[in-house]
Write a protein of this length. Structure first.
Length: 95
């Protein structure tokens, strides 16, 4: 089992134990969006995970939006990726 396999399994387990644990969603979304291994990479799942967290928070967080932008790009949704990254950048500049 590779390190990415292990980490993926641990994050999935964490979500299963506590569906409100936001860091597990973000970590798994980032893995699904960026790891080259096709057994782990899954743009569609990355989008679902990142959208879940972004819709749960009352105010957007830069890191969450950044993860969502990565997920959109991994899923081939480049217009959404660009718009979301720009929103994250604007938010970061304000804070």
């Amino acid at each position: 089992m590779s390190g990415f396999d292990y980490l993926t399994t641990r994050l999935e387990t964490a979500i299963g134990i506590n569906a409100d644990y936001e860091p597990a969603y973000i970590g798994l979304a980032r893995l699904r969006a960026t790891v080259k291994d096709p057994r782990i990479r899954n743009g569609r799942e990355a989008v679902e995970l990142a959208e879940t967290i972004c819709t749960r928070t009352d105010s957007p967080q830069v890191g969450y939006l950044h993860t969502l932008a990565m997920a959109y790009a991994a899923d081939g949704q480049f217009d959404k990726a660009t718009a979301t990254a720009e929103t994250a950048l604007e938010l970061a500049r304000r804070h």
